[in-house]
Design a binder for this molecule. Structure first.
Ligand code: KIV
Length: 293
C-alpha cells in the first residue's frame, strides 16, 4: 500500500474534464505536476525529460513544451568539468536550480540532491530537500538508491516534498562499483532492483529513473509498479525517457554510451560560428558600417 498518495482528486477531476473534450492533449496542460505524470502513465503517453542547469537553456526547453526538466547533478561533469557527480555541493545545485526555475512555468522541475546531503540521516536529507524547495523554488527532488535511503525518502515525503527515485546505474556510487557498465545483468542484481522499485513506490515516490539496465528489466518494472518509470538506457517499454541535454545536443563529445542518441552536433556549429567571428575580427570585416554608431 502506498503511504503517501500524491494523486490529488482535484487535479484528477480537472484532467478528466479536459480529457472529455476531443482536442485534449497533455501538451495543453498549463502546469505539469506529479499528478499529470501519473495520468500520462495511465493513458500511455510517454514522458519526455531532459536536463538543464541554466536560465538560457531552460527557457529554450520550456518553449518546446518538454514535460520535465531535471537539474541533474550531472552539472558536476557538464558545467564544472569534474570527472564524477560527487564534488557538486548543495549550494551549487541550488544556484543551478534557481536559474532554471526562473525560466520555467509549465514543465515540472526536479532537482537532484547531491552526494552526501541525504545518505547520512533522514533529518539531514529533509534539511537538504527543504533548502532546494525554498531557495530554488523546485517542484520535486530526486535521489539515488533503494532500500538504503528509504528512511530519508519517508522523512522528505512527510514534509510534502515529492521525491523521484533513481535505480540501476547510480553515478553517486561509482566508487563502490568502479565502472559504468550496464547494471542488473545478474539475477541477484535484477531481483534487488525490482524489490527496490517496489520499496520506492510503496514509500510514495512519484516516479523512478532507471539508468543503464537491460530493456527487458525496464519493461518488467514499468509493468509491475504503478508510478512512471523514466528510462535512460532502459529500453523503450518504460513510461518516459531522459537524456542529458549537452550530450543529446552534441555539446559534449567524449561520452558515447549506446543509449545516447545525438540529435545535433552543436559543438561543431559553435566552433564554426566562433571561427567565422575570429576571421571577421582579424580581417576588419566585423563590425561593418551598419553595426557601428
Ligand atoms: O544527473 C543527471 O543528469 C541524471 C540523469 C542522468 C538521469 O541523474
Amino acid at each position: 500500500m502506498q503511504k503517501y498518495n500524491f494523486f490529488n482528486n482535484v487535479v484528477a477531476l480537472q484532467i478528466k474534464q479536459i480529457n472529455m473534450s476531443s482536442s485534449f492533449s497533455f501538451r495543453n496542460v498549463q502546469k505539469v505536476t506529479t499528478h499529470v505524470l501519473q495520468e500520462m502513465k495511465l493513458k500511455g503517453e510517454k514522458i519526455a525529460m531532459l536536463t538543464a542547469y541554466d536560465f538560457s537553456f531552460a527557457r529554450i526547453l520550456e518553449d518546446t513544451g518538454i514535460d520535465v526538466i531535471l537539474v541533474g547533478d550531472s552539472a558536476s561533469n557538464v558545467m564544472a568539468g569534474h570527472a564524477s557527480t560527487l564534488p557538486i555541493t548543495l549550494n551549487e545545485m541550488i544556484y543551478h536550480a534557481s536559474s532554471v526555475v526562473r525560466a520555467v512555468k509549465r514543465a515540472l522541475v526536479v532537482v537532484d540532491l547531491p552526494f552526501g546531503t541525504y545518505q547520512g540521516n533522514s533529518k539531514e536529507a529533509l534539511a537538504s530537500a527543504v533548502r532546494i524547495m525554498k531557495e530554488a523554488g523546485a517542484d520535486a527532488v530526486k535521489l539515488e538508491g533503494g532500500k538504503e535511503v528509504v528512511e530519508s525518502i519517508d522523512r522528505i515525503l512527510t514534509a510534502g516534498i515529492p521525491v523521484m527515485g533513481h535505480l540501476g546505474l547510480t553515478p553517486q556510487s561509482i566508487h563502490k562499483f568502479g565502472t559504468y557498465v550496464v547494471r542488473a545483468t545478474t539475477e541477484e542484481e535484477a531481483n534487488k532492483l525490482v524489490a527496490d522499485a517496489h520499496i520506492l513506490t510503496d514509500a510514495g515516490c512519484f516516479a523512478i529513473v532507471l539508468e543503464k539496465i537491460p530493456a527487458k528489466l525496464g519493461k518488467q518494472v514499468s509493468k509491475e509498479v504503478n508510478i512512471p518509470i523514466i528510462g535512460i538506457g532502459a529500453g523503450q517499454d518504460v513510461d518516459g525517457q531522459v537524456l542529458v541535454l549537452h550530450d543529446m545536443l552534441g555539446i559534449t563529445q567524449e561520452f558515447s554510451p549506446r543509449f545516447l542518441r545525438r540529435y545535433h552536433n552543436l559543438s561543431e556549429e559553435v566552433k564554426g560560428a566562433v571561427n567565422s567571428y575570429i576571421h571577421d575580427v582579424k580581417n576588419l570585416e566585423f563590425p561593418n558600417e551598419r553595426e557601428q554608431y
